[in-house]
Design a protein around this ligand. Structure first.
Ligand code: ADP
Ligand code: MG
Length: 233
């Protein structure tokens, strides 16, 4: 699903430049649930943003579902993003004056889905994340965990092949974090490829494979032998 090879990325800072990704090689197969772990500043978000086509590498190649991602114009890039990628962020990024249902439906509006289908999909994904009864509520009427569930439903609404989550539990307490990871495991059980960026070991243990990033290189890539589930938290 994702194949990257010798990926490099630097940020220019005045006369200097900061070399953040220093030759990343990574293959992720369809249906995997992978965490990218590393301390703050190790380049996790930079890598995820490139995988999410929000940013471009300086060097190296990126193939997404067999398609080379390079020098795409903005229209093509947006098409691929919509078709392939769903995003979840630490800060939820919900629109405060729209209901849970409308938040989930909004990306479908921009993608040109007719109203009936938008509402059908939004309702069914809200149900999937356990929030059918909260469809008419505004974000500030929801708990942190519920907000992240709405954001997950929104990311799933366009049925992307890959879900990219940048510190999805970063703003949540421990118990709620495990609940959100439990939901992410369930979504992966349906066969969806998921990448979770985290700096927390316990969260990474709830995925199937941990890729450890340090100073812009992968220092470890291991299969999780016993995946942590809610039961043994
Ligand atoms: P992580 O997500 O692992 O905390 P990031 O990928 O956000 O790490 O950042 C890696 C390094 O790149 C950090 O030193 C950060 O300050 C720097 N950085 C990130 N984004 C930018 C940017 N847009 N411009 C300049 N430097 C950046
Ligand atoms: Mg980050």
């Amino acid at each position: 699903m994702i194949e990257i090879s010798n990926l490099h990325k630097s940020y220019k800072m005045g006369a200097n430049s900061l070399h953040v990704l220093k030759g990343i090689n990574l293959d992720i197969k369809e249906g995997e649930l992978v965490s990218i772990m590393g301390s703050s500043g190790s380049g996790k978000s930079t890598l995820l943003n490139i995988l999410g086509m929000l940013d471009e590498a300086d060097e190296g190649s990126y193939m997404l579902d067999g398609v080379p991602i390079k020098n795409l114009n903005e229209k093509k890039a947006a098409q691929y993003r919509n078709k392939f990628l769903g995003f979840i962020f630490q800060s939820f990024n919900l629109i405060s004056y729209k209901t849970a249902l409308d938040n989930v439906a909004l990306p479908l509006y921009y993608q040109g889905f007719p109203r009936n289908e938008r509402m059908d999909r939004a309702n069914s994904y809200l149900e999937k994340v356990g929030l059918a009864d909260w469809a008419g509520h505004l974000p500030n009427e929801l708990s942190g965990g519920q907000k992240q569930r709405v954001a997950i439903a929104r990311a799933l609404a366009s049925d992307p092949k890959v879900l990219l989550a940048d510190e999805p539990t970063g703003a949540l307490d421990t118990k709620t974090s495990y609940e959100v990871m439990d939901l992410i495991q369930k979504i992966n059980d349906d066969g969806r490829t998921i990448l979770v960026v985290t700096h927390e070991h316990d969260i990474a243990q709830m995925t199937k494979r941990i890729v450890n990033l340090k100073d812009g290189v992968i220092i470890e890539d291991t299969v999780v032998s016993q995946i942590r589930a809610m039961e043994n938290v």
